[in-house]
Design a protein around this ligand. Sequence first.
Ligand SMILES: [Zn+2]
Length: 243
Amino acid sequence: MDLIPERVLVITPHPDDAEAWAGGAISRWARAGAEVHCVLCTDGSKGSDDPEVDPAELAATRSREQIAAAEILGVANVVMLGHPDGELEDTADFRKDLVRQIRTVKPDVVLTSEPYRRNMQWHRDHRIAGQVALDAVFPYARDHLHFGDLFANEGIEPHKTANIMFWGSENPNAFVDISNEFDTKLDALMAHASQARRRTREVMQAFLRSRAQEAARAASAHPVEPVPGLTLAEAFRRVTFRT
Ligand SMILES: [Zn+2]
């Protein structure tokens, strides 16, 4: 997929999800001149297997790691909504927060987590973030009368997003060549040092490489729009909207 968006909004459930699943596309687009913004939905305060860890300290560490990773990928800014890790809900307040960000950034691509996995395990926050992001894109950010106070009180105009791309999909239909971005993606993921635990850079590199090779194979075997010749890719399910 050769699309280079002008503006991208990344909606990520936890620190490190976007880097692991879409860090290559984000870096590629930012390097090509796209303006990339990120919304981090939760504080990542449950992301540890150490029962002694202080959740508030972990959240502070993870927000620092998120900023560092965003800088590596060329993300312009990160908005942190600060919901407790594991407690995302499909509420009007959360949807409104995402509508505000969509209407402010005016993205042509929203990148987020697949809400509909049927056969593979998926974190609850990943499902909820993807579902609420999809609803926020269409129809809530599009129509004046939804959250009309955003326009009345904050002067924020509605926005029509052209594409939403879900990472972690079981049925990808859009592929991004990340062969030139692979090391940057790995650097960004390694910036989340609290999550590496006992995994060394070499272990993470092998894990990311095998996933990128699998996405490249899926690209060349795609039944509708095969994309041959990729060696390392990221795979997304893309939904397009009339703008
Ligand atoms: Zn996650």
